[in-house]
Design a protein around this ligand. Structure first.
Ligand code: DX5
Ligand code: ZN
Length: 225
């Protein structure tokens, strides 16, 4: 059973490795796990869906090799997620989250099914400008819903508080085994609002990796509440 469906405790904390030291990725990710993080969040960007380039299946594979027990939460900010499901599944991803903005409505459930057929959890993400109504009909088809609280593309942006309305709208629709994740601009100062809006997976990039390794367990504790 997946960490998502049988979480040891909620909320789960997911440091975004986009904010880690790329020249010390293995050590930084190990420090995140040692600090009590539950998932490692990998932000995959294609320079097309978002104006940035970040990481691909090779980094996922390298982290899988060096951290065999880690849950790798892969966030696909790419125009063509279907083409990358198999490469990331083979590279050891535990979850593949694709965006509602880039997949035709009738293709969302089949893509989620294809992901799950490879033994990987399926997530569906929504950007701040996209109306929540776009995602509501598909919530039942995935393991996790990801509400973006910044416009995707870069770490270290300011939290957009209006996006909490989306999490409040989605929360009542979820089964107990489904998770609700929020991503972007989250730190100890606003994590409580995120939890109270119903999120049970919290992504933290700069607020986590921006502090010294010895202080990261305190960040995890304060995000968890
Ligand atoms: C934004 C990414 C986020 C981001 C989070 O495009 O999806 O995961 O790296 O970083 P912070 O916490 O710094 O906003
Ligand atoms: Zn992300």
């Amino acid at each position: 059973m997946s960490l998502l469906t049988a979480p040891p405790r909620l909320p789960l904390i997911a440091p975004s490795v986009l904010a880690a030291d790329f020249a010390a990725m293995g050590a930084d990710c190990r420090s995140a796990i040692d600090a009590g993080a539950d998932l490692l969040h990998l932000d995959v960007m294609d320079g097309h869906f978002v104006p940035n380039l970040t990481m691909g299946p090779d980094l996922c594979r390298a982290l899988r090799r060096t951290l065999p027990e880690a849950y790798l939460d892969v966030h696909l900010m790419i125009t063509d997620p279907a083409s990358y499901v198999e490469p990331f599944a083979k590279a050891g991803a535990n979850m593949l989250t694709f965006h509602v903005e880039v997949v035709a409505p009738e293709r969302i459930a089949p893509l989620a099914k294809a992901i799950r057929a490879l033994g990987v959890d399926a997530g569906l993400a929504i950007n701040p400008p996209t109306p929540v109504e776009r995602i509501l009909p598909h919530v039942a088809d995935v393991d996790l819903v990801l509400v973006m609280s910044v416009n995707p593309g870069f770490g270290g942006q300011a939290f957009i508080a209006e996006t909490l309305e989306k999490t409040r709208a989605i929360r009542p629709l979820l089964r107990p085994s489904q998770r609700l994740e929020m991503d972007g601009g989250i730190g100890p100062s606003n994590a409580r609002a995120v939890r109270e809006a119903g999120c049970d997976v919290i992504v933290a990039g700069s607020s986590f990796f921006g502090v010294a390794p010895g202080q990261r367990s305190a960040v995890v504790a304060s995000l968890r509440g």
